[in-house]
Each structure stands twice: as C-alpha cells, then as structure tokens.
Design a protein. Structure first.
Length: 650
RNA sequence: GCCGACAUAGCUCAGCCGGUAGAGCAACUGAUUCGUAAUCAGUAGGUCCCCGGUUCAAUUCCGGGUGUCGGCUCCA
C-alpha cells in the first residue's frame, strides 16, 4: 500500500501523489509537461517553496510560472546569488553581504578594498552568462546555527557571520542554505530550479552603500543588475529606461527654456522665461483655489534670529539642514558658531505662528488658514542634490491652519478634497501613506496618541485606502503623505498633511473659546503641489515636456508658408496676445516643413499655419503638437478653441 | 557628507602613444518664397571645468578643488 498525500489544485480538484514526490515531478506527471516547463517555484498552502521540495503532507498547491511577477522576483534573487558566486570566483578578496531583489532588478553588496570598475562589471557579466549556461541546480539544505557559523566563519565571511548571529539571537535554531555549483549562501528561499532558468542578466551600475545603511558602518560596493526571462523583455526594459531618459526634466528643462542650474549656485534653480511662466500659471491657479477656500496669503521674513528656531525646536533638531548666517554685530572675537545667530528659514511654520500670536484669537476665527509660497532654504548634503527634485532653495504651496481639535476631521477632509481636484486636473493618480511618530520627536506621548488618532479617524471617514508608514512622521506630529503616479508609472511624494500639537505648546498659541477661557489650538501643516520645483519636475516628465495648453509657456506659434504672408501672421499674433494668450511668430525664411518641425521640438500645443488660403479667409490652419492637422478655421473660431483649452481646470 | 564614474563649441559627441582641437545640429549672413517633422551656401563660435605638479611641451599624465551623474542617507 503506497503512502499517499492529497494535493489540492487551485481549481479545487485534487490529486494523489506518493509521499516524498518532488513537486516538479508531481506537476510534470499529474498536471502537464507544459506547466512543468513554465514552473519557477510553487506555493504549498500559500508558503513559497522550491520545485525540488518533496510533497510530505496533504496540501493545496499553486504553481508559479515565469509569467508571474512573483517568479521574476525570485529569479532576480537567483540572479543576485549567481552574481555573488561569480564575483567571489573572479575576486576572491570580496566578501559577500546581502543581495535582495528590488524593483526593476537586484543588487548585491560586497566588501572589498578595491572598487569594481566598469571593466570588472563586463567580466562579471560574462561570468554570469557562463554560470547560467552551466545550469547548476539550486540545492536547499538546512543546517544548525552552529554549523552555519562554522561554515561562514571558516570562509572569513565576517558580515555573514554577523547576520547569522543576529538571526540566532532572534531565536532561530536552523538556517537554510542554498548552493549552486560549489558556492553557498544562506537565504529563506525559494529559488528557481537551476541557474539555467534565470534568463538574461545585465549589470547596470556600481555604487557605494553603507553596511546596513548606516554611515558609521563600512562602505560596501553595491552592484546593481537586472534580470528578465527572455532577451526581448530585457530589451523592452532598456528601451523604457531610454524613454524615461528622454523625459528627464534635467534634460528637457534647459532644452525647453524652463530652468537651468549653474555651479555657482548648486541646488538652486535659475528660472528661465518659459519656466517662470509655467511657475506663475501654477501659482495663479493655486492662489485662486485657496482663496476660494478660505485661505489668506501671508509673507514673512526669510531670515530669522535663532531664538525663533529655539522656540520651534528646529535649532536642536534641524540645524544641520539650515543655512546659518553671521551677524556682523555679534563680535568678531566670538567663535563662528556663536556669531551665526540667525538662519534662512527652512520652513514657514514658525513665522506663521508668530503672525497668529500677533493678535488675540477667538474660536470664531477658526479654522484660521494662512497660505504662502515664500522661498525656503535647506542645506541639503551635496551628494543628495539632483535636478529640481532635490534642491536647496524652493517654494512650497504651504499652509498652516489653526483650529480646534474638534475641527480636524472636517479640515482634513476639505484638504483632501482640494488635493483630489488638483491631481485630477493633471491626470495624476495618488495613494496615501500614514506616517506615525518617529524616534526623534518633540511632544509627549499623550499628544502623539491624540494626534495620530485624529488623523486616523479622518482617513477612515474619507474611506481613503492608505498604507501605514510607522516612524515616518515629522518630528512635531504625524502626517499623511500623498504620492502620485506619473505617466511612466513612477511614484512621487508630493502632498503632505501634518497634524501638529507640539508647536501650539511651544509657541504658547491660544484662542478664547465660547466659554471665555483660553484654549490651545491645533495646527495642520499642508501642501498640495508639495514644492513648485519638484512639482514642475514631475509635470515635465509626466507630459514629456508637451504641456497642455493651459500650462504651456507658449500656447500657439504662428508659422507662415512664406514671408509673403507676414502681414496676416502678425495680425494673428497681435490678436492672440491681445486675448491674453501666450503666442509667438516664426517669421524665418525656412520652409514650412522646417517650421512645423521646430514647433514640434519646442512642444508648442498649436502651430498655426498661415498661407495664401488663410490670408484670404482671415483664418489659421492649426496643427496640434503630435501631428493632428485641424482644418483651416476662422481666427475667431480658433480663439474660442484656445480659450476653452487654456482655461485652468481649477 | 560618503563610495564610484564623468566634465572638449549653446546641444550631441570625435580627438590614438603628451606636440595648444574637429564634426553634425543650433546661431549669424546671404540666396531661396516654399502648404504640415530638417532648402542651399558661407561665416563665426573654445580658459578642452578650476588650481597646482611632472615635462622642452599637458585637453591628454599626476595631485587637489568644484560641479554633474549613479547610489548610500534624508526628504517637499
């Protein structure tokens, strides 16, 4: 009598197999050779396992094929193992550390004195191809913690030993090893069947990375790579990267005359005429929106005495990121540190609190909403600067709202309503993350309890799906961050809503309640664009520089068939400018084809062709960016069309 | 800030073993007057990122700095 186990398939049917049958064999013999060939790993009762795992109990089985993103994740981890084995074969002085699959690929961190060069990467990539060709099986093995320590200790793998000790400290009794060829690493698994199934691997870059992400630890060398099951998919991926590169705001910005950088002001943008227009259009739209929603615009100084930052807590918690400024009257004999008794503001909130305190406030005024786009400076580490997404000088669409605790939920709902309206106008879907108290914080736990609870209730009430992000709150309060997904599927953090109980305490903010006693207000910090700089970077990439008419720095360009038609072309231009549109004329002696091409490259929404027919009919022949050729139409008709398209959507 | 790579005309890029630089596009001038992604010809344009060093001679080799890029960390 054979010893059988009952295996249930995803469709609910079940099969029997001899106990100890390898999953791979079971799939091949009892389900189908096609599935067996496509299989990468399996799940037994939802637990991911290798295909080589024997069936030792009744279980539900799910076969994961190379079509699944989960299989790709496993294969990328396989690729990391393969790469590490090749690196250690070619460079025996390299110690291994960790190597996970990440979005779009994988990496592996090595400890080695000599950095890897691009030539090294080529060698390693070749080695990987050989290792894949050799088709070594991935073999799983469980060993005791002692045996594992002995194994990695004898190899001189000090980082591995450290990890094993950590795992042992958490109470694990055994460790899972995976071998392929003569190389071994420990790893939860599962892995694919063999190196031959990993597909194609391409190494992308080398970078430094601190051991465990801590700058106090040694610097490791991280090699990034990517893996796909077939060459075509890899090529598509590389093509996508190329496309993303073409949309890179750092390239498009200067090319379209939006903004530029100069080494004399690292991390601070120069706004060129087109970019300044875009900036102002966005600002005007936001101004109208917030004014219609009960906000009042304020402006406060850029430079403040450090006493403000001591009150707010920034001097203690945020000084590293502030630009300190010397006061020439503090005495030249003092150390520089003490002479720097003022700072450019890195945030608007403290100065808004000062405005709040300039008068006696009543509960009848609340919620009191201040809005500003003042310039902020943060002294970001030089290595972190990059394009407009990470700058030292920037402007937020920033607001601070003073209210009673009982008003928080309504106010958060109002803010989210504004946000939805704004993001919808750009076709940007968003998702929410709830950041709770960080380790470095001010304010006692009771305040944090109440602040987190208020935000949580507001989120629940709105029915907004959100992710938890424990420890990611600001140092003065919890927050909800909203990230948008752009047209390339990349995610960007933009808007933030932060509830702050701490600042009202520190600044001793009060209002007179209806009971005629003093009460403590709560402050909500919020921004919708986030910063104009980052938002413009995202929009530039989202639209690939081809902004919709309402945003486009130049909305229409008149192009003449020949300069015989300049007269009417100039009349068209003047009419458009008089209507308040942003228009220009290409009066060069180029041929029409070249002018159309130039207008395309400049990504102007409308090229207005003016030739003999148009002169006679007092018309223009608009051509949309992208190639759609509209029929010749009267100038009035086009003005109407543009007026509609150029109307701000909020 | 740390690790690594890179820096040549406005842009994209050549430039071998050290002998002070070249193309295409853009710009400018002229010719052309043309119907939906490049008309032709000519002209001009360089602190080869900056400062040192080696050398008879440095864009090239070496050292230092700055900036940018890819990461680490952080974040709007």
């Amino acid at each position: 009598m054979p010893d059988l186990v009952k295996i249930t398939l995803p469709d609910g049917s079940s099969k029997e197999a001899e106990r100890g049958t390898r999953i791979a064999d079971f799939v091949k013999e009892q389900i189908g050779a096609g599935l067996a060939k496509a299989a990468y790993f399996a799940k037994l009762d939802a637990e991911p396992v290798d295909l080589a795992r024997p069936l030792d109990r009744d279980a539900r089985i799910e076969v994961v094929t190379t079509k699944s993103p989960e299989a790709q994740e496993v294969a990328r981890h396989d690729a990391a193992h393969v790469m590490a084995s090749v690196v250690q074969r070619l460079y025996p002085d390299a110690q291994v550390t960790i190597g996970p699959a990440v979005e779009d690929g994988f990496y592996y961190d090595f400890a080695r004195d000599k950095p890897f060069t691009p030539e090294d990467l080529e060698r390693i990539e070749k080695g990987i191809a050989e290792e894949i060709k050799a088709d070594h099986r991935f073999v799983r093995e469980e060993v005791s913690m002692e045996a594992a320590l002995e194994l990695f200790g004898s190899k001189g793998e000090t980082f591995k030993v450290e990890i094993v000790k950590d795992i042992a400290a958490k109470g694990a009794k055994t460790l899972t090893l995976y071998r392929h060829g003569d190389w071994v690493d420990f790893c939860l698994g599962p892995h694919g069947p063999s190196t031959g199934r990993v597909g194609v691997v391409k190494l992308m870059s080398v970078a430094g990375a601190y051991w465990r992400g801590d700058p106090k630890n040694p610097m490791l060398q991280r090699i990034y790579g990517t893996q796909f099951f077939d060459r075509k998919a890899l090529e598509e991926h590389l093509h996508r990267l190329e496309e993303a590169k073409k949309r890179d705001h750092r390239k498009l910005g200067p090319a379209l005359g939006l903004f530029a950088f100069h080494e004399y002001a690292p991390g601070s943008a120069f706004w060129l005429p087109h970019g300044t227009t875009l900036f102002r259009v966005l600002r005007d739209a936001m101004d109208r929106l917030v004014r219609a929603n009960g906000y009042q615009e304020v402006k406060t100084p850029l430079l403040f005495n450090k006493r403000l930052w001591e009150t707010s807590g920034h001097w203690g918690k945020y000084r590293e990121n502030m630009f300190l400024v010397v006061d020439k009257e503090t005495g030249e004999d003092l150390p520089l540190d003490e002479r720097c008794n003022q700072s450019l503001k890195p945030m608007n909130c403290p100065s808004h609190h000062l405005i709040y305190k300039m008068g006696k406030r009543s509960y009848r005024e609340l919620p009191l909403r201040y809005f500003t786009t003042d310039v902020l400076h943060r002294n970001e580490a030089s290595g972190t600067l990059g394009g407009l997404t990470r700058v030292r000088q920037f402007q937020q669409d920033d607001s601070h709202i003073y209210l009673m605790e009982s008003q928080i939920q309504d106010e958060v709902a109002r803010i989210v309503g504004l946000m939805k309206q704004v993001y919808a106008a750009f076709g940007l879907p968003f998702s929410a993350r709830f950041g709770t108290r960080p380790e470095e914080r001010i304010g006692d736990d009771a305040l944090w309890d109440r602040a987190e609870e208020a935000l949580r209730v507001a989120l629940e009430r709105l029915g907004l799906p959100y992710e938890m992000n424990p420890g990611d709150g600001a140092f003065y309060g919890p927050k909800i961050d909203f990230a948008v997904t752009d047209s390339l599927g990349r995610s960007w953090q933009l808007c933030t809503i932060q509830v702050d109980y701490a600042a009202p305490e520190r600044f001793d903010l009060t209002y007179a309640g209806d009971d005629n006693t003093e009460h403590r207000p709560v402050v909500i910090h919020r921004a919708i664009y986030g910063s104009f700089e980052r938002f413009i970077a995202i929009l530039t990439e989202h639209y690939a520089g081809a902004f919709p008419a309402w945003l486009a720095p130049v909305q229409a360009r008149v192009v003449t068939v020949s300069d015989r038609f300049d007269g009417w072309a100039k009349a068209v231009l003047e009419r458009l400018l008089a209507e308040g549109f942003r228009a220009e004329l290409d009066g060069s002696s180029d041929k029409l084809g070249a002018k159309i091409r130039d207008a395309q490259i400049a990504k102007v929404p409308f090229a207005l062709v003016v030739g003999e027919k148009e002169v006679e009919a007092k018309a223009v022949a608009p051509r949309r960016h992208g190639g759609q050729d509209l029929k010749s139409m009267g100038l009035d008709a086009f003005v109407d069309l543009l007026r509609k398209e150029a109307a701000p959507p909020f």
